[in-house]
Design a protein. Structure first.
Ligand SMILES: Nc1ncnc2c1ncn2[C@@H]1O[C@H](COP(=O)(O)OP(=O)(O)OP(=O)(O)O)[C@@H](O)[C@H]1O
Ligand SMILES: [Mg+2]
Length: 368
């Protein structure tokens, strides 16, 4: 039998090894991108040695600060930019090697949505959605039928004849999504598509994208600088900084065990790691009273099991000071804040006991 004790069960990480995975929808092979010097401005290295595979049917969030290289990375996927070195393989085709008509044909299977929607103001919602179909040479009747289907899919069947100026931001992005899906792409790229929207509209658009992924099986690559967007929609996360992938993994792992300082700084904005004010104000560093220990938990019910076993096996009168459990990427993750009586020794024994299960825990201090 496996002697390793286990309280935590997780899914395998779904991000694939770039080299090993032929089933990837998108594969970056040792990609570098340098924008050349231009009109006296020096050249810019935007991406450096990226090896990354994006699984077919997945939703991958790409996060990073301004200038990290996010947009450069997605523009390589649809061939809007060419790599300086390396290959970008999309659905087994080397898109970076395609030009002209071959590139335009390949681009029909890769849709894209944008922060500012990029709709033509002189065309109605229906005619904006029709544009890629006109370019692809569809018949008028086929276009009419497909456009109606798409308007219904994105939930704005009643906006057929509206111009962009008559639509809200969320409705404009729905038109953008319908247009991106018109030619039935396998991949949908989203570059900050919710950044111009309020939180409620953002939520609705992210829900729509989740449905599209589930029902149509479209692989989604989502660029954002907001961890809350990643948390709501993505299953896999790639963290970019200064043109490097600095961290990647399942969204639940990234949220519970961020390794890179950049990831940690993004997370600080969104996690409910902050303690209840009433508790935070009482914590002191001199030993005494109860030790306050924060424990990361994963899996529904894991917290209950943990407290019961801890109390029983160490013979401690554990109290629960605060708890927060979220569902992230389909997994339950959260943090418990425990009160442990018995001074420094009991706190140290608790931390040692937890570490045998590879559970992250830290002593925050003591409360009277
Ligand atoms: N067409 C271009 N010509 C020259 N430099 C560029 C070009 N596009 C991007 N860059 C530079 O490449 C680097 C990466 O830019 P990129 O747009 O990929 O970053 P980003 O992560 O999308 O940033 P943001 O969050 O601000 O959109 C930046 O230093 C940027 O100034
Ligand atoms: Mg960008």
């Amino acid at each position: 039998m496996n002697a390793q004790p286990s309280l935590v069960v997780g899914d395998p990480i779904e991000i694939l090894d770039a080299a090993a995975e032929p089933a990837a929808m998108v594969r970056f092979e040792n990609i570098s991108k340098t924008y050349p010097a231009h009109r006296g401005k020096p050249g810019v290295v935007a991406l450096r040695g990226i090896d990354l595979a994006i699984a077919r049917g997945s939703i991958t969030g790409v996060i990073g600060r301004s200038g990290a290289g996010k947009s450069s990375l997605v523009r390589l996927i649809n061939g809007l930019e060419k790599p300086t070195a390396g290959r970008v393989v999309v659905d087994a085709r080397d898109i970076s090697a395609l030009t002209g008509r071959d590139l335009r044909l390949a681009q029909r299977s890769i849709g894209m949505i944008f922060q500012h929607f990029n709709l033509l103001s002189s065309r109605t919602a229906a005619d904006n959605i029709a544009l890629p179909l006109e370019i692809a040479g569809w018949s008028k009747a086929d276009i009419r039928a497909r456009v109606s289907e798409l308007l219904a899919l994105v939930g704005i069947a009643d906006k057929h004849d509206r111009y962009p100026s008559e639509l809200s931001g969320g409705q404009k992005q729905r038109v953008g999504i319908a247009r991106a899906l018109a030619t039935r792409p396998d991949v949908l790229l989203s570059d900050e598509a919710t950044s111009a929207l309020d939180p409620q509209t953002t939520r609705a658009i992210l829900d729509l994208l989740a449905n599209i992924n589930r029902e149509l099986g479209v692989t989604i690559v989502l660029i954002t600088h907001e961890m809350s967007v990643v948390r709501q929609l993505a299953k896999e996360v790639v963290v970019l900084d200064a043109g490097h992938v600095v961290e990647r993994g399942h969204v639940a792992d990234i949220f519970t065990h961020p390794k890179h300082p950049i990831t940690q700084s993004f997370l600080a904005e969104v996690t409910g790691d902050s303690l209840p004010v009433s508790l935070a104000g009482r914590i002191v560093q001199e030993p005494g009273g109860q030790a306050v220990i924060r424990v990361q938990v994963r899996g529904a019910g894991a917290g209950d099991t943990l407290i019961a076993r801890l109390a029983r096996e160490l013979g401690l009168d554990v109290s629960l000071l605060s708890a927060r459990i979220d569902e992230i990427g389909g997994r339950h993750v959260g943090a418990l804040v425990l009160g442990i009586p018995g001074g420094e020794g009991a706190a140290a024994r608790t931390l040692a006991w937890l570490s045998q299960f590879q559970i992250s825990a830290e002593r925050l201090g003591y409360v009277a």
